[in-house]
Structure formats: structure tokens, C-alpha cells
Design a binder for this molecule. Structure first.
Ligand code: ADP
Ligand code: MG
Length: 263
């Protein structure tokens, strides 16, 4: 199958199991949102899939039909598995254009035309400036999504790309995510709040709790979550975890923040 398939994925750190048999299937052309309380293992899922080596892993994961769990980080990247970074790096002295040309050559993948896509993503003004230097939080995220689009990913993992952004930036980043959608790419968008989902309509929404996907549905599932929080999901599914105040999605009012992205 083209896309991402994860079956019975288990990951532990020093005998503590974080992912506890996770199943997820995202076909190329689809965008799935994964929502879950703090500590449910969302970032761990990204790390384990991209090959960060802190974890003892079992189960199965494939990208466009290729098993990935036994591959090293570079091999996974060459299959087109890409993750956004929570804190994008700045590369002083290297223009975005040079950076992308190098990255495309190093990745051994056919890249899409830098200029053509820059028009589409509104990135022309940034092409001849240093990578991420003096960009706002929202611009960095947009730039990162544009960079991924150039490199033609097969599977994209977006981990909380909306965190710390004000509402205009959320809209811009959402527009970039929508530009990234195409029939060859499977996108997993991890998000804590359903704010970005007002601008990006997912094909499926999954709720992750305690290392597993516990419920899946259409976009309406995110609205239900906004209404009732994770506590209601636990009640509905008869899950035993103690609910905490941290588990409720952040109220929309708290998203209107002036906090700079990378503080
Ligand atoms: P989320 O992204 O859903 O908030 P994480 O995947 O970051 O959750 O973390 C899930 C749990 O696993 C947390 O309790 C976290 O402390 C723990 N964890 C994740 N990575 C490590 C690690 N490398 N070492 C120890 N504990 C970890
Ligand atoms: Mg996380």
C-alpha cells in the first residue's frame, strides 16, 4: 500500500512501555489528525518512526510498502519519511535555495522545482535569505513545510506545528499544509487543539491515549473532543486513567498569545 502502515507498534525506554500496541494506517493522498493528552506518546510515535535510537521497538511499520523499523535514519529519509521539527534550526550564511539544492542532492530523491513551489507557498521572498534566520515562528513553520514539499515526501509527520503560533500564523501554516497535500503523500498531523483543524480538514481523526489509538472517526471527532475533553472520551470508552486538568484541549482563548514561537 502507498502510505504509512503501523501495526502493533510497541516502544519502551528502560523497561517503561510508552507505545503499547499502536495501529495506524494513512494512505497516500490522505491527511489524518492524531490528537491526545500530554504524555500519551504522540511525539514518541514520530521519534520511533523516524528512527531515533532511544527506544526498544517491536511491531511493524512500513512506508510505501517498505518496512522501516530495521532501517537507519538516513535510509528512512531516503524513502521519503519526513518529520517537521518543533524548533527549526537556523543556518546562518546558507540561503534557503542552496540548502534545498544540497538537501535534494544528498537525499538522492527527485526534487520539485524550487521556484515554482516557492510561488505556490509564498516563499519567494525567503529563497535567497539564510535558512530560518530572522523568521517569525509562523514563517519558520511555513518554510519547513515548503522545504518538505520540494523534497517530495511519501510520509510526513507534523508534530504540533501549531503550538505557540498566533491565529494569523496558524492560518498561514494551515494553508501551507493544504498545499502539501497531494496524492503521493500521506500526512500525519499531530495536534493538541482543534484550532488548526478549522483550516485543514482531515480525512480521519484519531484519539491517542496511553500509547494506543483508542478511537478513530471523521472530522467531527475533533469537535466532540473540544466539547468534552479527553475525560469524556475515557468515560465513553471505559478507560481507567485518572483525568487531569492538563488533558483538556487548550481553550481557544489561550491560543491568542504573543509568546514568540521559540522561547
Ligand atoms: P506526547 O508527545 O503525547 O505529549 P511523549 O511521546 O512526548 O508524549 O511522551 C510519552 C511519555 O513517554 C511521557 O511520559 C514521556 O516522559 C515518556 N518518554 C518519551 N521519551 C522518553 C525518553 N527518551 N526517555 C524517557 N521517557 C520518555
Ligand atoms: Mg509531544
Amino acid at each position: 500500500m502507498k502510505g504509512l502502515v503501523v501495526e502493533n507498534l510497541v516502544a519502551s525506554v528502560e523497561d517503561v512501555e510508552i507505545l503499547k500496541g499502536l495501529d495506524l494506517e494513512v494512505r497516500a493522498g490522505e491527511l489524518h489528525a492524531v490528537m491526545g493528552p500530554n504524555g500519551s506518546g504522540k511525539s514518541t510515535l514520530c521519534h520511533v518512526l523516524t528512527g531515533k535510537d532511544d527506544y526498544t521497538v517491536s511491531g511493524h511499520a512500513s512506508v510505501h510498502g517498505h518496512d522501516v523499523l530495521s532501517l537507519d535514519v538516513d535510509e528512512r529519509a531516503r524513502l521519503g519519511l519526513m518529520q517537521s521539527f518543533q524548533y527549526p534550526v537556523e543556518v546562518p550564511g546558507v540561503s534557503l535555495r542552496m540548502f534545498l539544492e544540497e538537501a535534494a542532492a544528498a537525499g538522492g530523491r527527485e526534487a520539485r522545482p524550487v521556484d515554482e513551489l516557492a510561488d505556490q507557498f509564498g516563499m519567494q521572498p525567503f529563497l535567497d535569505r539564510a535558512v530560518n534566520d530572522d523568521l517569525s515562528g509562523g514563517e519558520k513553520k511555513k518554510s519547513e513545510i515548503y522545504q518538505m514539499a520540494v523534497l517530495q515526501p511519501s510520509v510526513v509527520l507534523l508534530d504540533e506545528i501549531d503550538s505557540g503560533l498566533d491565529i494569523d500564523a496558524v492560518r498561514q501554516v494551515a494553508a501551507a499544509v493544504n498545499e502539501l497535500r497531494n496524492e503521493d503523500t500521506a500526512i500525519v498531523m499531530i495536534t493538541h487543539y482543534n484550532r488548526i483543524l478549522e483550516y485543514v480538514t482531515p480525512d480521519r481523526v484519531h484519539i491517542m491515549m496511553n500509547g494506543r489509538i483508542v478511537e478513530s472517526g471523521g472530522p467531527e471527532l475533533a469537535d466532540q473532543l473540544e466539547q468534552g475533553g479527553y475525560e469524556q472520551v475515557r468515560k465513553r470508552l471505559g478507560l481507567a486513567d485518572e483525568p487531569t486538568s492538563e488533558d483538556r484541549p487548550t481553550p481557544v482563548s489561550e491560543l491568542f498569545t504573543d509568546t514568540p514561537f521559540d522561547v
